[in-house]
Write a protein that binds this ligand. Structure first.
Ligand SMILES: C[S@@+](CC[C@H](N)C(=O)[O-])C[C@H]1O[C@@H](n2cnc3c(N)ncnc32)[C@H](O)[C@@H]1O
Length: 252
């Protein structure tokens, strides 16, 4: 536990230096990077974290995030029976399966990676309730003529490193939700804003964390009425690094 805590603190110090002092890197080319530099060994739940991620640790991560979402749904008496769900940054479809299990009957996925989209189209080829679109969320969402009960964005909003795209995506989610609909986001939501936490060997920044304060102000301005932050300290209890896995649930 102490080892994990310290590992994270040391990493944060390095990220602070790279972001605010050395100002390293430039925004990545997100339309190419996922296919060319990330999904190099195939698509599966664990490979949405990294190409060689350990299966147990990946499962542990997903379970810990699921618990935050289930807690919110149960404690607020929210049923997803017959719901329409949009999943942005769908990866291997973990969250499509999760909401399907909870009763959603119409599921729409978006992913910028063609490898992911091809994988998902094959995976759901026998399931007409699942539709998958290829492209950047900031370019696709406004074009879809649909209103959702829930928009899921686990492990993706920090990969929208362009600040303009990030903001416009938040506004688009609000417009695309039904009244009372939920925007479920996985991320960090800490004190530091605009912290670049992943810069690849070519100097491409592919992950930027926005602060809880920045998230709160952007969501309120977009018109969300109620915000709930769930902190998840599961990372302390496994000897492996996990992606940011706190959860924010905003209600329209
Ligand atoms: C870390 S993976 C997470 C996948 C999935 N949400 C999960 O939790 O298993 C991020 C996914 O988001 C996709 N992605 C990244 N930026 C995107 C963007 N701007 N628009 C759509 N998809 C994007 C990537 O291709 C990748 O499949």
């Amino acid at each position: 536990m102490i080892k994990q805590f310290l590992r994270k603190r040391v990493k944060t110090v390095k990220d602070i230096l790279n972001t605010y002092v050395r100002k390293r890197g430039q925004n990545y080319r997100d339309t190419e990077w996922w296919d060319n530099s990330f999904y190099t060994e195939g698509i599966s739940d664990r490979q949405t974290i990294s190409p060689k991620k350990n299966q147990l640790s990946a499962k542990y991560h997903y379970n810990s995030v699921e618990m935050q979402i289930l807690k919110h749904l149960y404690n607020n008496g929210i049923s997803l029976n017959q719901s329409t769900v949009l999943d942005i940054g769908s990866g291997s479809g973990h969250w499509i399966d999760f909401y399907r299990y909870l009763g959603s009957t119409k599921l729409i996925g978006i992913d910028v990676s063609l490898s992911s989209v091809n994988y998902l189209k094959k995976k759901y080829s026998e399931n007409p309730d699942v539709v998958v679109h290829h492209g950047k969320v900031s370019e696709i969402l406004d074009k879809l003529d649909e209103k959702y009960d829930l928009i899921n964005a686990i492990g993706i909003m920090f990969h929208v490193v362009d600040d303009g795209d990030w903001l416009s995506t938040i506004k688009s989610t609000q417009k695309s939700l039904k009244k009372g609909g939920l925007f479920v986001v996985g991320g960090h939501f800490g004190i530091l804003d605009g912290l670049n936490v992943q810069i690849d060997s070519n100097g491409q920044i592919n992950k930027r964390l926005r602060s809880k304060r920045h998230w709160t102000s952007a969501l309120k301005k977009a018109g969300y009425s109620q915000l709930q932050f769930y902190s998840n300290n599961a990372y302390l209890w496994i000897n492996n690094s996990l992606p940011e896995n706190n959860v924010l649930i905003a209600t329209k």
